[in-house]
Structure formats: structure tokens, C-alpha cells
Design a protein. Structure first.
Length: 324
């Protein structure tokens, strides 16, 4: 995955720290993220009017590469990130237990309690893993994750690599716990292919290389809005809620600005922007993307199981699908 460093002005409307006026905050933030670069940049750009003297350095790659980079820096005693925003709740939990995360300042924002984990990291929008279907390829629509074992979907299935994608790891671990490893054994025998990432898998699904894929919902929603022959299926077992939290590193040299950025992501402007980008906002009063049910049937991520069995999940997946 191409690694990208870039520097951009932080700009837009939002919320300032209760203690510090926006004009008083300046300096550089470094954000490590696995989120879509253009989407993160959209929020960065929306932050400009409040913090015209601030800059952000963005390092973006897959969750596994981002966390490996931060781990190496932590081991050397020189972490560079002020903020971390990736799709791996178990990694945040480890950082929190090691007291490496700052307590978030969310006072006065009325953030739903379910979105905040122990006060040190939190969700800013919701991400779901669902079944994406190319309606030009498949005439029989699956209704559940279990349906994908059927012969109708043989050699027409794909999902991203859980060794690279945090969202795919959440899917692999959650379904392995709920449906058993025999589920993925059946999918392997049914010809499911593993691609590197969500974007690669989505592109191939749209192109007709696959008929169905286990993917994050926002990208499918976007492509369908552009006219792609894509339909989102919310499985009867429930769509898998993928934790993608953000947190402030205790080692940050600019904690006030880092906290201000997190607070901004809960502002009406930022939450509306998430909706515009096809994500489900976390704040209950924010507008929802077109086509999203008022209540999404949800299968919570098996975070504890994934944390305890991450190495085994990778090994078993690699063996089943011959991953190198």
C-alpha cells in the first residue's frame, strides 16, 4: 500500500476547546490513519477557519501498516503521532491499558456513551460491514452471511485481507466467533477470493469480477449513487459494526490542538460532512445518508475474541485461503 505523508492547513467551521480560543492554537499535528485519505482531508479542510495557524501531517496506510509503524516508534521511544484513527479497537485497547492515550475532552458535546470507550478513544461515525452485490452478475440475492455458502455464489465471492484491513479483521473475527471457522472453510471451498483492501475489492465487484463481497458500507453506497450496479444487503444476522476510533497519544506535543480536532469531528458541520461522504454519523441528530435504514440491524464486533485470538485468526485465514 502506498504510504503518503502530506502537510495541509487545518481549516473550517467547528468547536474550539473550552479553555483555549481557536486563534490561540497553532503548530503541527501528526495524524496516523487507515481512513480514506480524501475523506480525512475533507474534514481537515473543513477545520480551516477555526485554526488558520495549524498544520497537520497525515500518514495514511492500511491498519496493519499504520499500527506497525507506531509500534516501532513506541519501542524506540520516539512516537511521532499526535492522533491515531484506525479500524482496530483491540489496538486502542492495548494502548489504553499501557496508559499511552490521553483522556478525551468531550465535555458538553453530548456524545452517545456507546461511542466512547473508557474515555480515551471514541467513534466519530459508524462503519458497517455488509454484503455488496453486483446486480448484473447475481440474479439470486443473498439474505444472510450464511447464504454465501450456497452453490449459487460459487467462485463469485470476495473479501479484503484481514491481515491488511482492520475492517476485514473485524469481519473475520466476528463471523468466526459467531458462525465458527467452518463458515470460512465453507466459503473457501465455495471459491471465495481474498483481495488486499476494501477499495480493490469494491472496484472488482463493480467491474463484475465478483458477484458478492463482504465490504464496508460507505463505499458501496457511494458507488451505487454514481450509478454502479451495486446493492447493499444488510444480512439477517446483522451488519457488522466495525470499530474505527480516534484517540490522542499521551506523548503528543500539541494536546490542545489534538483535542480540538477530535471535538470538531462531533460538530454539526463535521457530522453532516460524514453523512455527505456516505458514512452514518454517530451523533443522533445528524442527517443520515440516503438509503440508510432508520435502525441498522447490527452484529457487534467480537472485539474481545479478536484481541485474544488475533494471531490465530491471521494464521487460520492464511491457511484457508493460501495467503502469502
Amino acid at each position: 500500500m502506498k504510504r503518503l505523508f502530506l502537510t495541509a492547513a487545518l481549516s473550517g467551521l467547528g468547536l474550539a476547546s473550552a479553555q483555549t480560543a481557536p486563534a490561540d492554537l497553532s503548530g503541527t499535528l501528526t495524524l496516523y490513519t487507515s481512513e480514506v485519505q480524501a475523506d480525512v482531508q475533507a474534514q481537515v479542510d473543513a477545520f480551516k477557519k477555526l485554526y488558520p495557524k495549524a498544520n497537520v501531517q497525515l500518514f495514511r496506510s492500511g491498519t496493519g501498516e499504520v499500527t506497525a509503524k507506531l509500534n516501532a516508534e513506541l519501542e524506540s521511544g520516539n512516537p511521532q503521532a499526535d492522533l491515531l484513527w484506525v479500524a482496530d479497537q483491540t489496538y486502542f485497547d492495548t494502548l489504553s491499558k499501557r496508559t499511552l492515550l490521553e483522556k478525551l475532552d468531550l465535555s458538553g458535546l453530548n456524545v452517545p456513551g456507546s461511542a466512547v470507550y473508557g474515555g480515551t478513544y471514541a467513534e466519530v461515525r459508524k462503519l458497517y460491514n455488509v454484503i455488496g452485490v453486483n446486480t448484473n452478475v447475481l440474479k439470486t440475492m443473498p439474505k444472510s452471511f450464511a447464504d454465501l455458502k450456497q452453490p449459487a455464489y460459487q467462485n463469485k465471492l470476495a473479501m479484503p485481507n484481514p491481515l491488511f484491513s482492520g475492517g476485514a479483521l473485524s469481519t473475520a473475527g466476528t463471523l468466526a466467533q459467531r458462525l465458527g471457522w467452518e463458515y470460512f472453510d465453507a466459503l473457501a471451498k465455495n471459491g471465495m477470493k481474498i483481495e488486499q483492501s476494501n477499495p480493490v475489492t469494491t472496484t472488482k465487484l463493480i467491474g463484475g469480477e465478483y458477484g458478492a463481497a463482504l465490504l464496508v458500507d460507505y463505499a458501496l453506497r457511494r458507488e451505487a449513487a454514481k450509478g454502479a450496479p451495486i446493492q447493499i444487503v444488510y444480512p439477517t444476522e446483522g451488519a457488522i459494526l466495525v470499530p474505527t476510533p480516534i484517540g490522542v497519544l499521551k506523548s503528543s506535543k500539541n494536546k490542545a490542538l489534538a483535542q480540538a480536532f477530535v471535538r470538531f469531528l462531533y460538530s454539526p458541520a463535521a457530522q453532516a460532512n460524514f453523512s455527505k461522504l456516505s458514512y452514518v454519523p454517530v451523533m443522533p441528530d445528524a442527517p443520515r445518508p440516503a438509503g440508510v435504514p432508520a435502525s441498522v440491524p447490527t452484529l457487534p464486533s467480537a472485539a474481545a475474541y479478536i484481541a485474544a485470538n488475533k494471531a490465530e485468526i491471521g494464521q487460520r485465514f492464511s491457511a484457508l485461503f493460501d495467503l502469502k
